[in-house]
Write a protein that binds this ligand. Sequence first.
Ligand code: UDX
Length: 458
Amino acid sequence: KMVEMETGFNGGGTHLLVLPYPSQGHINPMLQFAKRLFSKGVDVSLVTTVFLTKSMVAQTGPVTLELISDGDDDGKGRVGNIEAYLDRFKKIGSQSLRDLIEKLGNSGRPVDCLVYDSFLPWALDVARECGIPGGSFFTQSCAVETIYYHFYAGRLTVPVPFQTVSLAGLPELQVSELPSFLSKPDYLPAIREFVIEQFLNIEKADWVFCNTVQQLESEELNWLKTTMPVKPVGPTIPSWYVDQRVEDDQDYGVSLWKKDRATCKEWLDTKDDGSVVYVSFGSVASLGAAKMEEIASALQESDKYFLWVVRESEENNLPENFAEETREKGLVVRWCPQLEVLSHKAVGCFVTHCGWNSTLEGLSLGVPMLACPQWTDQPTNAKYIEEVWQVGVRPKVDDTGIVSREELKNSIKEIMEGERGWVMKKNALKWRKLIRESLEEGGSSDKNVEEFVAALRG
Ligand code: UDX
């Protein structure tokens, strides 16, 4: 356990609170957004929950860390009953957030604005009660938000009565390319409701931010802008990665697991350019033994090096002795500094679950992707990776949801050796350039951040 709190206040200016949903995939983009605002002269505090800080490795730099309770300070409440957890979070979290804003006000650091995860719309009510403005922050893609909004507005019903859906602002989508809470009618209805609630009071938000880039999702953004004042401010990736100025030990700043930094770097440094397959399924997905076995066999049988992140909780699904038996060509770690890995010249292919952060990271760092979506927004991201941005492939999935080792091996080969792989790499570098430009002074995302800062200063 190491929680390092550094205060680096810009000095009495505007003070902003940033509240992400307490999970890795939501903290990363919102902390990075906070850091970007700090770099523009705004004082920022990141709000996270008591339980998370118990296991968190945090180097939030100039962003102060503040705590609230989600009613689950020992971390046991989320297990098994997410619905009850979310209910408790809303009740106890609201009160706790209100108390925090009051406490900061009384201690000479009054809060001027709250930017909250769109998944926590009750935070806007708290901001209103405290008399401060609030901005909603979409941590998922604009395409996914647009699909959810169509569902919220009743233009899409579940179960979907057609094979394909045509919705304004979006390319034609197969039902299986919708977020899993919509494509599978009986799948986690409580979470479906939870994600849809982000629109309940969105029209009352003073700002709506999306972690995307105008050029990546221009039709989606242009359409969503007709219903709410959404501003793209992404990608929320530390700019030194996008600029290829990687320095040691610098990444998002909050990690829920310890990173095997030195091992990964030393190992990658010994490998040729573009020779390594990097495999990661993010912070939540649990694959199960059958899927893991196909991946393990594919990596073992393909003639490429591999670096595979298998979280500790998933290790028992690995084939027995896999790491020992494949030591010559592979490295299995529990968690890694993903940005550093993707920036490394040795990495030539990213086998990903298509979480939105991983997708943006692959795009921003120019790495072609092998898209293996598991649930939530990932099937939609995978479609965009293959068809819209053309920076990756989606291997065939069988009826039981498994991608066979043959499919995986062929896709790896296609990406790392084939003509199509070369085109994907070229496209990835093109997107990387556009993304970099959006973050530069006067670029589309930078302009939106500047506008927000100017509005905060009044
Ligand atoms: C979740 C959902 O799964 C995702 O679909 C949604 O868009 C956001 O919330 P997660 O599964 O964690 O996110 O995936 P992703 O969005 O890709 O975020 C994972 C983050 O962890 C990335 O920023 C990645 O760089 C980081 N990471 C991952 C590491 O730092 N080390 C690792 O070993 C693996």
